[in-house]
Design a protein around this ligand. Sequence first.
Ligand SMILES: [Zn+2]
Length: 164
Amino acid sequence: MNENDISIIKNLLKELDETVDNGYGPFLAAIYDENYNLIAKERNSVVKSNLSLAHAEINTIKAAEEKLKTYNLAPYNLSIYVTSEPCIMCLGAIMWAGIKKIYYSAPSASVEKITGFYEGFKPNWIEEFEKRGIKVFPNIEKIEGEKILEKYVKLNGIIYKPEN
Ligand SMILES: [Zn+2]
């Protein structure tokens, strides 16, 4: 991890903070190539699009694959940056897309504690991903990431869970 990676996360958090009240979920993701060219960046749009799959990571992977016209991102050596730790669904999607590195800010424990969103069961996932060649860089600018989640809750943002 270097200064570029940290500044990407900082910029995502800044953009999310400024737009947290616009009706989208409080999560933002971006995919960059190894030369730090932006490939795709999308918000969580579960509520807006009435689609449980529409997490920021899924929307961003979809946009990246459409842009590059491929279902396999592995040859492009891409990284995904997310404002919170990916949930159980998004981790599967990241692996299946062939993304090589994951950078995120707020961990799932914070997401669940602050917002009440459910993130799924992910035993030893960082270790399991690293065994499969996917590097994980957790908790970047964690406090800032948590503050935005707190702001979303204060603004009465919608919290959706599979059991409700
Ligand atoms: Zn997700």
